[in-house]
Design a protein around this ligand. Structure first.
Ligand SMILES: [Zn+2]
Length: 230
């Protein structure tokens, strides 16, 4: 793209051989940082939990719930300790640009949503799906959003995700079929590419948000910790 350097990283590998629980999330985000990446526009297939969502709709999540189990989700495993604020986990500047641009396309767009990220690779049971939707208030399901989104904030990289609703999980009548998820994602590939090609030139050179500040260590490892603080 003229005037813009863009890196592309397929998180499941070029031929989709890496399952969600085996993706090297930390290595991926670290590699992007090393390449000089300042903003990440992620693209994901997600299960829809709301009756107003239709297959092929585009959702731009603004919140997430972490239902993963023990994935390494920080670059700081000690002795340096950090506590990242993720009250607003997605970059407001990127989300705004994506929303504005997506509305110019033929996607049916939903500008917000809470995404529950779970372990996978299996799909939900009907009981889990009901809990996610009715008890936890989730709007979307993803197997990959966490820890990707949290790791980017630690390194000061902006992050927003374009979620294509590929299925309605199992709260509807039909159970999810993996080949159907793949089919919907492939079908939406060209218009997702169109959206990315439109939005990338609109991203300003300098970050107009606070994501770039990253997360500062609570103490340097040479300082003594006051355990009463924790
Ligand atoms: Zn940002």
């Amino acid at each position: 793209m003229v005037g813009r350097r863009v890196a592309f990283l397929p998180r499941h590998g070029v031929s989709h051989r890496i399952p969600p629980h085996r993706i090297p999330y930390r290595a991926n985000i670290w590699a992007l940082k090393k390449l000089g990446v300042k903003r990440i526009v992620a693209v994901s297939a997600m299960g829809g939990l709301r009756p107003e969502y239709e297959i092929g709709d585009l959702v731009l999540p603004d919140q997430f719930i972490d239902w993963t189990r023990g994935r390494p989700s920080t670059f700081y495993d000690g002795p340096v300790v950090i506590h990242t604020s993720l009250a607003d986990p997605f970059c407001p500047e990127l989300r705004g640009l994506l929303l504005e641009t997506a509305r110019e396309t033929d996607f049916q767009v939903h500008g917000q949503g809470t995404c529950l990220s779970f372990e996978g690779p299996r799909f939900s049971t009907r009981a889990e799906s009901r809990v996610f939707r009715e008890v936890l208030g989730a709007d979307l399901l993803s197997m990959t959003l966490v820890p990707e989104v949290a790791l980017t904030r630690e390194l000061g990289i902006c992050y927003a995700t374009c979620s294509v609703v590929t299925d309605l999980d199992v709260w509807g009548k039909e159970a999810v079929q993996a080949n159907e998820v793949t089919r919907v994602m492939e079908e939406n590939g060209p218009r997702l590419a169109k959206l990315l090609l439109r939005v990338i030139p609109r991203i300003p050179e300098t970050q107009g948000c606070t994501c770039g500040r990253g997360t500062r260590p609570l103490f340097s490892h040479t300082e003594k910790h006051d355990s009463s603080l924790f």
